[in-house]
Design a binder for this molecule. Structure first.
Ligand code: AMP
Ligand code: MG
Length: 410
Protein backbone atom coordinates (compact mmCIF):
# COMPACT_ATOMS: atom_id res chain seq x y z
CA UNK A 1 0.00 0.00 0.00
CA UNK A 2 1.24 3.52 -0.74
CA UNK A 3 2.32 5.14 2.48
CA UNK A 4 -0.06 8.11 2.11
CA UNK A 5 -2.85 5.58 1.89
CA UNK A 6 -1.54 3.70 4.94
CA UNK A 7 -1.43 6.98 6.89
CA UNK A 8 -5.00 7.68 5.82
CA UNK A 9 -6.12 4.23 6.98
CA UNK A 10 -4.65 4.90 10.44
CA UNK A 11 -6.21 8.36 10.44
CA UNK A 12 -9.63 6.88 9.69
CA UNK A 13 -9.43 4.42 12.55
CA UNK A 14 -8.07 7.07 14.87
CA UNK A 15 -10.95 9.41 14.05
CA UNK A 16 -13.56 6.67 14.35
CA UNK A 17 -12.34 5.77 17.82
CA UNK A 18 -15.09 6.66 20.34
CA UNK A 19 -13.37 9.15 22.64
CA UNK A 20 -14.60 7.58 25.85
CA UNK A 21 -11.68 6.41 27.93
CA UNK A 22 -12.07 6.46 31.72
CA UNK A 23 -11.64 9.76 33.49
CA UNK A 24 -9.23 10.55 36.33
CA UNK A 25 -8.80 13.65 38.44
CA UNK A 26 -5.20 14.86 38.77
CA UNK A 27 -3.51 17.74 40.54
CA UNK A 28 -2.79 20.63 38.21
CA UNK A 29 0.95 20.48 38.87
CA UNK A 30 1.14 16.87 37.68
CA UNK A 31 -1.27 17.19 34.76
CA UNK A 32 1.48 17.86 32.19
CA UNK A 33 1.21 15.57 29.16
CA UNK A 34 -2.27 14.34 30.08
CA UNK A 35 -5.34 14.84 27.87
CA UNK A 36 -8.30 16.90 29.06
CA UNK A 37 -11.42 14.78 29.52
CA UNK A 38 -13.53 17.82 30.24
CA UNK A 39 -13.18 21.32 28.89
CA UNK A 40 -11.97 24.10 31.16
CA UNK A 41 -14.29 27.11 31.44
CA UNK A 42 -13.43 30.67 32.40
CA UNK A 43 -14.65 31.08 35.99
CA UNK A 44 -14.96 34.84 35.49
CA UNK A 45 -14.35 37.39 32.77
CA UNK A 46 -10.74 37.57 31.63
CA UNK A 47 -9.48 40.08 32.29
CA UNK A 48 -11.96 40.58 35.15
CA UNK A 49 -11.70 44.38 34.81
CA UNK A 50 -10.42 46.91 32.30
CA UNK A 51 -6.72 46.29 32.82
CA UNK A 52 -3.95 48.84 32.46
CA UNK A 53 -1.10 47.33 30.46
CA UNK A 54 1.44 50.07 31.14
CA UNK A 55 2.68 52.11 34.04
CA UNK A 56 1.47 55.66 33.51
CA UNK A 57 -1.69 57.70 33.99
CA UNK A 58 -5.32 56.78 33.49
CA UNK A 59 -6.91 59.58 31.48
CA UNK A 60 -9.87 60.48 29.31
CA UNK A 61 -8.65 60.17 25.74
CA UNK A 62 -10.79 63.17 24.80
CA UNK A 63 -8.49 65.28 26.99
CA UNK A 64 -5.54 64.17 24.92
CA UNK A 65 -6.68 63.78 21.33
CA UNK A 66 -4.11 65.58 19.30
CA UNK A 67 -4.61 69.32 19.11
CA UNK A 68 -6.32 69.48 22.47
CA UNK A 69 -3.47 68.02 24.57
CA UNK A 70 -3.65 70.09 27.69
CA UNK A 71 -2.22 69.88 31.19
CA UNK A 72 -4.04 67.48 33.52
CA UNK A 73 -4.53 67.48 37.27
CA UNK A 74 -3.36 64.27 38.99
CA UNK A 75 -6.04 63.34 41.52
CA UNK A 76 -4.78 60.03 42.87
CA UNK A 77 -2.70 56.88 42.44
CA UNK A 78 -3.63 53.21 41.87
CA UNK A 79 -1.45 50.15 42.38
CA UNK A 80 -2.05 46.71 40.87
CA UNK A 81 -4.59 44.89 43.00
CA UNK A 82 -6.39 48.09 43.97
CA UNK A 83 -9.63 49.48 42.60
CA UNK A 84 -10.45 53.17 42.50
CA UNK A 85 -12.84 54.15 45.27
CA UNK A 86 -13.02 57.86 44.48
CA UNK A 87 -15.45 59.59 42.15
CA UNK A 88 -15.20 58.89 38.39
CA UNK A 89 -12.42 60.63 36.56
CA UNK A 90 -13.58 64.06 35.48
CA UNK A 91 -12.59 66.26 32.60
CA UNK A 92 -8.99 67.43 32.82
CA UNK A 93 -8.09 64.83 35.47
CA UNK A 94 -5.60 61.95 35.56
CA UNK A 95 -4.86 59.15 38.02
CA UNK A 96 -1.44 57.60 38.31
CA UNK A 97 -1.77 53.89 37.52
CA UNK A 98 0.46 50.80 37.55
CA UNK A 99 0.48 47.88 35.11
CA UNK A 100 -2.20 45.35 36.03
CA UNK A 101 -4.42 47.79 37.94
CA UNK A 102 -8.10 48.25 37.12
CA UNK A 103 -8.89 51.36 35.12
CA UNK A 104 -10.93 53.83 37.22
CA UNK A 105 -14.43 54.75 36.05
CA UNK A 106 -14.42 57.68 33.70
CA UNK A 107 -10.97 56.85 32.29
CA UNK A 108 -10.72 55.23 28.87
CA UNK A 109 -6.99 55.12 28.15
CA UNK A 110 -3.59 54.97 29.80
CA UNK A 111 -0.74 57.22 28.80
CA UNK A 112 2.67 55.65 29.36
CA UNK A 113 4.77 57.39 31.98
CA UNK A 114 7.49 57.78 29.31
CA UNK A 115 5.13 60.05 27.37
CA UNK A 116 4.51 62.46 30.22
CA UNK A 117 6.29 65.01 32.38
CA UNK A 118 5.21 67.01 35.36
CA UNK A 119 5.44 70.78 34.98
CA UNK A 120 4.69 73.07 37.88
CA UNK A 121 2.33 70.48 39.47
CA UNK A 122 0.51 69.76 36.18
CA UNK A 123 0.78 66.57 34.16
CA UNK A 124 1.74 67.18 30.56
CA UNK A 125 1.49 64.61 27.79
CA UNK A 126 4.03 64.59 24.98
CA UNK A 127 1.72 62.84 22.52
CA UNK A 128 -1.93 62.39 21.67
CA UNK A 129 -3.87 59.35 22.82
CA UNK A 130 -6.85 57.44 21.51
CA UNK A 131 -9.63 55.60 23.34
CA UNK A 132 -8.57 52.20 24.66
CA UNK A 133 -4.86 52.75 24.33
CA UNK A 134 -2.83 50.61 26.78
CA UNK A 135 -5.99 49.04 28.16
CA UNK A 136 -7.32 45.49 27.69
CA UNK A 137 -11.11 45.71 28.16
CA UNK A 138 -12.86 43.43 30.62
CA UNK A 139 -13.69 40.00 29.08
CA UNK A 140 -11.67 40.69 25.92
CA UNK A 141 -9.70 37.46 26.43
CA UNK A 142 -12.63 35.30 27.61
CA UNK A 143 -16.17 35.86 28.82
CA UNK A 144 -17.14 34.08 32.06
CA UNK A 145 -18.31 30.56 31.18
CA UNK A 146 -16.52 30.41 27.83
CA UNK A 147 -14.41 27.36 26.92
CA UNK A 148 -10.78 28.30 27.36
CA UNK A 149 -9.36 24.77 26.97
CA UNK A 150 -11.23 22.19 24.89
CA UNK A 151 -11.69 18.51 25.69
CA UNK A 152 -9.14 16.31 23.97
CA UNK A 153 -6.40 18.91 24.33
CA UNK A 154 -2.97 17.98 25.71
CA UNK A 155 -2.00 19.78 28.90
CA UNK A 156 1.30 21.61 28.54
CA UNK A 157 2.76 24.65 30.25
CA UNK A 158 0.47 27.09 28.44
CA UNK A 159 -2.61 25.07 29.36
CA UNK A 160 -1.49 24.82 32.99
CA UNK A 161 -1.22 28.60 33.01
CA UNK A 162 -4.76 28.97 31.68
CA UNK A 163 -6.19 26.45 34.17
CA UNK A 164 -4.45 28.23 37.03
CA UNK A 165 -5.83 31.58 35.87
CA UNK A 166 -9.30 30.00 36.18
CA UNK A 167 -8.65 28.77 39.70
CA UNK A 168 -8.45 25.09 38.77
CA UNK A 169 -6.14 23.20 41.13
CA UNK A 170 -7.28 19.88 39.65
CA UNK A 171 -8.14 18.72 36.16
CA UNK A 172 -10.16 15.86 34.76
CA UNK A 173 -8.04 13.90 32.32
CA UNK A 174 -8.45 10.66 30.40
CA UNK A 175 -6.95 7.49 31.86
CA UNK A 176 -3.87 6.46 29.90
CA UNK A 177 -4.42 3.67 27.40
CA UNK A 178 -2.64 0.43 28.27
CA UNK A 179 -0.11 -0.53 25.63
CA UNK A 180 1.56 -3.92 25.63
CA UNK A 181 4.98 -4.18 24.00
CA UNK A 182 6.24 -7.55 22.76
CA UNK A 183 9.66 -8.08 21.21
CA UNK A 184 10.10 -11.18 19.12
CA UNK A 185 13.24 -12.90 17.92
CA UNK A 186 15.46 -15.89 18.76
CA UNK A 187 18.53 -13.67 18.70
CA UNK A 188 17.39 -11.29 21.45
CA UNK A 189 18.84 -11.15 24.95
CA UNK A 190 17.90 -8.98 27.89
CA UNK A 191 20.16 -6.28 29.28
CA UNK A 192 21.19 -8.27 32.33
CA UNK A 193 22.04 -11.40 30.35
CA UNK A 194 25.42 -12.28 28.81
CA UNK A 195 25.48 -11.84 25.00
CA UNK A 196 26.98 -14.56 22.86
CA UNK A 197 28.24 -14.11 19.31
CA UNK A 198 25.31 -13.80 16.98
CA UNK A 199 23.00 -12.44 19.65
CA UNK A 200 21.85 -8.87 20.05
CA UNK A 201 20.27 -6.97 22.90
CA UNK A 202 16.58 -6.28 22.86
CA UNK A 203 16.77 -2.54 22.25
CA UNK A 204 13.34 -2.20 20.64
CA UNK A 205 11.51 -3.27 23.77
CA UNK A 206 13.00 -0.38 25.72
CA UNK A 207 12.73 2.13 22.90
CA UNK A 208 9.08 1.26 22.37
CA UNK A 209 8.24 1.67 26.05
CA UNK A 210 9.84 5.12 25.92
CA UNK A 211 8.01 6.03 22.69
CA UNK A 212 4.69 4.93 24.17
CA UNK A 213 5.18 6.78 27.44
CA UNK A 214 6.26 9.94 25.64
CA UNK A 215 3.15 9.79 23.46
CA UNK A 216 0.91 9.55 26.53
CA UNK A 217 0.32 5.81 26.89
CA UNK A 218 1.07 3.48 29.76
CA UNK A 219 3.44 0.79 28.51
CA UNK A 220 3.94 -2.74 29.74
CA UNK A 221 6.73 -4.85 28.32
CA UNK A 222 6.14 -8.59 28.19
CA UNK A 223 8.87 -11.22 28.08
CA UNK A 224 10.49 -11.58 24.67
CA UNK A 225 8.87 -14.19 22.45
CA UNK A 226 11.11 -16.67 20.62
CA UNK A 227 10.28 -17.20 16.96
CA UNK A 228 7.91 -20.03 17.69
CA UNK A 229 4.16 -20.22 17.46
CA UNK A 230 3.54 -21.18 21.10
CA UNK A 231 5.40 -18.24 22.61
CA UNK A 232 3.82 -15.79 20.20
CA UNK A 233 0.39 -17.18 20.99
CA UNK A 234 0.99 -16.76 24.70
CA UNK A 235 1.97 -13.09 24.21
CA UNK A 236 -1.00 -12.36 22.00
CA UNK A 237 -3.36 -13.88 24.60
CA UNK A 238 -2.00 -11.36 27.12
CA UNK A 239 -1.63 -8.51 24.68
CA UNK A 240 -5.11 -8.60 23.24
CA UNK A 241 -6.54 -7.54 26.60
CA UNK A 242 -4.69 -4.22 26.35
CA UNK A 243 -5.87 -1.17 24.40
CA UNK A 244 -3.01 -1.45 21.94
CA UNK A 245 -0.58 -4.27 21.18
CA UNK A 246 2.82 -3.51 19.67
CA UNK A 247 4.97 -6.32 18.36
CA UNK A 248 8.45 -5.86 16.98
CA UNK A 249 10.09 -8.31 14.60
CA UNK A 250 8.76 -11.32 12.79
CA UNK A 251 6.63 -9.61 10.16
CA UNK A 252 8.99 -9.96 7.16
CA UNK A 253 9.17 -12.80 4.64
CA UNK A 254 11.62 -15.00 6.56
CA UNK A 255 10.97 -18.63 7.42
CA UNK A 256 10.61 -17.69 11.12
CA UNK A 257 8.52 -14.57 10.70
CA UNK A 258 5.38 -15.96 12.28
CA UNK A 259 3.66 -12.92 13.77
CA UNK A 260 1.03 -12.43 11.07
CA UNK A 261 0.15 -16.11 10.99
CA UNK A 262 -0.37 -16.16 14.77
CA UNK A 263 -2.44 -12.97 14.74
CA UNK A 264 -4.59 -14.48 12.00
CA UNK A 265 -5.31 -17.50 14.19
CA UNK A 266 -6.74 -15.14 16.78
CA UNK A 267 -9.17 -13.69 14.28
CA UNK A 268 -7.17 -10.59 13.40
CA UNK A 269 -8.54 -8.16 10.87
CA UNK A 270 -5.67 -6.60 8.87
CA UNK A 271 -6.00 -3.05 7.53
CA UNK A 272 -2.66 -3.17 5.80
CA UNK A 273 0.20 -5.60 5.55
CA UNK A 274 3.09 -3.59 4.22
CA UNK A 275 3.53 0.05 3.19
CA UNK A 276 5.75 1.39 0.43
CA UNK A 277 8.28 2.97 2.76
CA UNK A 278 11.88 2.34 3.60
CA UNK A 279 12.68 1.52 6.30
CA UNK A 280 9.57 -0.15 7.65
CA UNK A 281 8.07 -1.73 4.56
CA UNK A 282 6.64 -4.90 6.18
CA UNK A 283 4.65 -2.97 8.84
CA UNK A 284 1.19 -4.36 9.59
CA UNK A 285 -1.82 -2.73 11.20
CA UNK A 286 -5.03 -4.34 12.31
CA UNK A 287 -7.24 -5.27 15.23
CA UNK A 288 -8.02 -8.34 17.26
CA UNK A 289 -11.21 -9.34 19.00
CA UNK A 290 -10.47 -9.16 22.71
CA UNK A 291 -11.54 -12.77 23.29
CA UNK A 292 -12.04 -15.81 21.13
CA UNK A 293 -14.83 -15.89 18.62
CA UNK A 294 -17.20 -13.01 19.00
CA UNK A 295 -16.25 -9.55 20.08
CA UNK A 296 -17.93 -8.87 23.40
CA UNK A 297 -15.67 -6.08 24.64
CA UNK A 298 -14.46 -4.33 21.56
CA UNK A 299 -11.16 -4.51 19.77
CA UNK A 300 -7.49 -4.34 20.52
CA UNK A 301 -5.62 -2.53 17.82
CA UNK A 302 -2.20 -3.89 16.98
CA UNK A 303 0.85 -2.99 14.95
CA UNK A 304 3.42 -5.51 13.81
CA UNK A 305 6.60 -3.49 13.42
CA UNK A 306 9.60 -4.71 11.44
CA UNK A 307 12.37 -5.52 13.92
CA UNK A 308 15.03 -3.16 12.67
CA UNK A 309 15.34 -0.38 15.23
CA UNK A 310 15.05 2.48 12.75
CA UNK A 311 12.01 0.83 11.16
CA UNK A 312 10.43 0.64 14.58
CA UNK A 313 10.97 4.34 15.15
CA UNK A 314 9.78 5.49 11.73
CA UNK A 315 6.68 3.28 11.87
CA UNK A 316 5.95 4.45 15.37
CA UNK A 317 5.95 8.13 14.46
CA UNK A 318 4.16 7.61 11.17
CA UNK A 319 1.48 5.09 12.16
CA UNK A 320 1.48 4.05 15.81
CA UNK A 321 1.61 7.50 17.40
CA UNK A 322 -1.52 8.79 15.61
CA UNK A 323 -3.53 5.73 16.71
CA UNK A 324 -2.13 5.95 20.22
CA UNK A 325 -2.98 9.65 20.48
CA UNK A 326 -6.57 8.79 19.55
CA UNK A 327 -6.66 6.10 22.26
CA UNK A 328 -5.42 8.77 24.67
CA UNK A 329 -8.51 10.82 23.81
CA UNK A 330 -6.65 13.46 21.84
CA UNK A 331 -8.42 15.36 19.09
CA UNK A 332 -5.24 16.13 17.15
CA UNK A 333 -3.55 12.94 16.14
CA UNK A 334 -1.87 13.34 12.73
CA UNK A 335 1.90 12.88 12.37
CA UNK A 336 3.77 16.17 12.27
CA UNK A 337 5.82 17.23 9.27
CA UNK A 338 7.74 20.41 8.58
CA UNK A 339 9.41 21.59 5.41
CA UNK A 340 13.13 22.19 5.46
CA UNK A 341 15.96 22.87 3.03
CA UNK A 342 18.51 20.12 2.58
CA UNK A 343 21.90 21.17 3.94
CA UNK A 344 23.61 18.74 1.56
CA UNK A 345 22.72 16.85 -1.60
CA UNK A 346 21.22 13.37 -1.13
CA UNK A 347 21.01 10.52 -3.62
CA UNK A 348 17.54 9.44 -4.65
CA UNK A 349 16.26 6.88 -7.09
CA UNK A 350 14.48 4.59 -4.61
CA UNK A 351 11.28 2.83 -5.60
CA UNK A 352 9.65 3.64 -2.28
CA UNK A 353 9.38 6.72 -0.08
CA UNK A 354 12.40 6.89 2.18
CA UNK A 355 12.61 8.19 5.73
CA UNK A 356 16.23 8.96 6.51
CA UNK A 357 17.43 9.77 10.03
CA UNK A 358 18.16 13.47 9.90
CA UNK A 359 18.82 16.44 12.09
CA UNK A 360 16.59 19.40 11.54
CA UNK A 361 17.48 22.75 12.98
CA UNK A 362 15.12 25.66 13.14
CA UNK A 363 17.59 28.45 12.50
CA UNK A 364 16.52 32.08 12.32
CA UNK A 365 17.21 32.26 8.60
CA UNK A 366 15.27 29.11 7.71
CA UNK A 367 14.73 25.52 8.70
CA UNK A 368 17.50 23.24 7.46
CA UNK A 369 17.82 19.49 7.54
CA UNK A 370 20.93 17.35 7.33
CA UNK A 371 20.67 13.62 6.70
CA UNK A 372 22.95 11.77 9.10
CA UNK A 373 25.29 9.08 7.76
CA UNK A 374 23.85 5.65 8.50
CA UNK A 375 24.37 1.98 7.89
CA UNK A 376 20.76 1.19 7.13
CA UNK A 377 17.71 0.46 9.18
CA UNK A 378 19.55 -1.46 11.89
CA UNK A 379 21.66 1.58 12.80
CA UNK A 380 20.39 2.63 16.23
CA UNK A 381 23.37 4.91 16.72
CA UNK A 382 22.69 6.99 13.60
CA UNK A 383 19.04 7.12 14.57
CA UNK A 384 19.94 8.78 17.85
CA UNK A 385 22.06 11.39 16.04
CA UNK A 386 18.96 12.62 14.24
CA UNK A 387 15.88 14.32 15.62
CA UNK A 388 13.54 13.45 12.77
CA UNK A 389 13.37 11.76 9.36
CA UNK A 390 13.89 13.45 6.01
CA UNK A 391 11.15 12.23 3.68
CA UNK A 392 12.48 11.48 0.19
CA UNK A 393 9.74 10.74 -2.33
CA UNK A 394 10.07 7.66 -4.55
CA UNK A 395 11.34 7.81 -8.13
CA UNK A 396 13.24 11.09 -7.75
CA UNK A 397 16.81 10.63 -9.00
CA UNK A 398 18.59 13.11 -6.75
CA UNK A 399 17.95 15.83 -4.20
CA UNK A 400 20.16 18.90 -4.46
CA UNK A 401 21.49 20.94 -1.56
CA UNK A 402 19.01 23.72 -0.82
CA UNK A 403 16.05 21.76 -2.14
CA UNK A 404 13.00 21.67 0.15
CA UNK A 405 11.91 18.33 1.57
CA UNK A 406 9.48 17.29 4.26
CA UNK A 407 10.74 16.14 7.62
CA UNK A 408 8.81 13.80 9.91
CA UNK A 409 9.23 15.17 13.42
CA UNK A 410 9.65 12.98 16.45
P1 AMP B 1 12.89 -9.11 11.87
O1 AMP B 1 11.91 -8.03 11.60
O2 AMP B 1 12.44 -10.03 12.97
O3 AMP B 1 13.25 -9.83 10.61
O4 AMP B 1 14.21 -8.40 12.39
C1 AMP B 1 14.91 -7.50 11.57
C2 AMP B 1 16.19 -7.08 12.22
O5 AMP B 1 15.90 -6.36 13.40
C3 AMP B 1 17.09 -8.21 12.62
O6 AMP B 1 18.43 -7.82 12.34
C4 AMP B 1 16.85 -8.34 14.09
O7 AMP B 1 17.95 -8.89 14.75
C5 AMP B 1 16.60 -6.92 14.50
N1 AMP B 1 15.76 -6.89 15.69
C6 AMP B 1 14.60 -7.56 15.84
N2 AMP B 1 14.07 -7.33 17.04
C7 AMP B 1 14.89 -6.47 17.67
C8 AMP B 1 14.87 -5.89 18.95
N3 AMP B 1 13.90 -6.11 19.82
N4 AMP B 1 15.89 -5.06 19.27
C9 AMP B 1 16.87 -4.83 18.39
N5 AMP B 1 16.94 -5.36 17.18
C10 AMP B 1 15.98 -6.20 16.81
MG1 MG C 1 13.01 -11.74 13.83
Amino acid sequence: MRFEEAMAVVQRHAQAWPHEPLVEVVELASAGGRVLAREVLADRDQPPFNRATRDGYAVRAADADGAAVRPLRVVGSLRAGETWRGSPLGEGEAIEIMTGAALPNGADAVVMVEHTFVDDGWLRLTRALSVGENVVPRAAEAVAGAVVLPRGWVVKAAEIGVAASCGRSQLEVFAKPRVVVVSTGDELVELDEPVRDGQIRNSNGYALVALVETAGGSAERLATARDCVEELQARVVEGREADLLLLSGGVSMGKYDLVEKVLEEFGAEFFFTGALIQPGRPVVFGRLPKRDGVNPEGWTYFFGLPGNPVSVQVCFHLFVAPMLRALCGRVQVAPQFVEARLAEAVKGGARVTRFLPARVDGAWDGVRVRVVGWQGSGDVVANARGNGYAVLPAEVEAFAAGETVRVLLR
